[in-house]
Design a protein around this ligand. Structure first.
Ligand code: FAD
Length: 213
């Protein structure tokens, strides 16, 4: 299972997947009752499907992924607005919060920020120790605290998320997660991912993460 580190202490990992480019070809070919003989023809078929408008979108829904993610709570909140997919998240009703949180780079007052995060977790620990329910004590924690979740999603919905969260209008931190997932997506579904980058994102395969916030 490959994991890509994102921001400080965050990551994404591809836990399981099925289908890949072959499932797109199968989805398309059953419509025409045609068979795959030539790998080059399959590549051309996927590229045509990605390019044509309106898109024959359902053929991309036969490939499915389960991602594991560790990210700040504010990124997870944005992520979970994407309804076509399934999420399960570490619960702060049942689990004790860890002392793990996002630390931005290059901002003023970072020491003060870190002191505040530490103080909020100190208070949380004291409240839990004093008998507060974890579900109530968590009220004092910040949105920069790290959370973990799993996300099962098909390739079509994944590309919808990617196109929205790679857009320069999306929050920089969320874009870093989208870049990491795009890199893993390209490894397991290369023909579709490259066509997606080219025809939907309008970028060549060379571009990647690393732009400034
Ligand atoms: C830059 C940016 C800023 C944003 N700012 C805000 C904000 O300030 N406040 C806020 O509340 N949200 C905000 N959002 C979230 C945004 O409104 C969407 O909820 C989120 O991007 C999920 O997109 P989606 O609906 O396409 O994805 P999904 O929920 O995964 O849905 C996928 C597709 O399924 C279809 N679909 C799903 N559900 C329905 C439905 N009920 N009816 C019809 N079609 C449906 C649509 O075609 C949709 O595109 C922002 C998103 C971005 C990218």
């Amino acid at each position: 299972m490959e994991r890509i580190l994102v921001l400080n202490g965050g990551w994404v990992q591809l836990e399981e997947w099925m289908g890949g480019d072959e499932a797109v070809v199968r989805g398309a070919r059953i419509c025409y009752q045609s068979e795959s003989h030539d790998p080059e023809a399959d590549v051309r078929l996927i590229r045509r499907l990605m390019k044509s408008e309106p898109r024959h979108n359902t053929v991309f829904e036969h490939s499915v992924f389960r991602w594991g993610v560790k990210c700040p709570i504010f990124v997870a909140r944005q992520w979970m607005r994407h309804r076509i997919g399934s999420f399960n998240e570490r619960s702060l009703r049942y689990c004790v919060a860890n002392r793990e949180y996002y630390i931005p780079k290059g901002e003023p007052l970072l020491e003060e920020y870190t002191r505040h995060m530490e103080a909020s977790i100190d208070l949380y620990d004291r409240l839990v120790e004093a008998g507060w329910k974890k579900e109530r004590a968590r009220s004092v924690l910040g949105l920069g605290l790290h959370t973990e979740f799993i996300w099962t999603v098909n390739a079509w919905s994944l590309m919808n998320w990617l196109s929205k969260r790679l857009d320069p209008a999306a929050q920089w931190e969320h874009r870093q997660y989208a870049e990491a997932i795009l890199a893993l997506y390209e490894k397991v579904m290369p023909v579709t991912a490259v066509a997606f980058k080219e025809f939907v994102l309008g970028r060549g395969s060379a571009q990647g993460a690393g732009d400034k916030p």
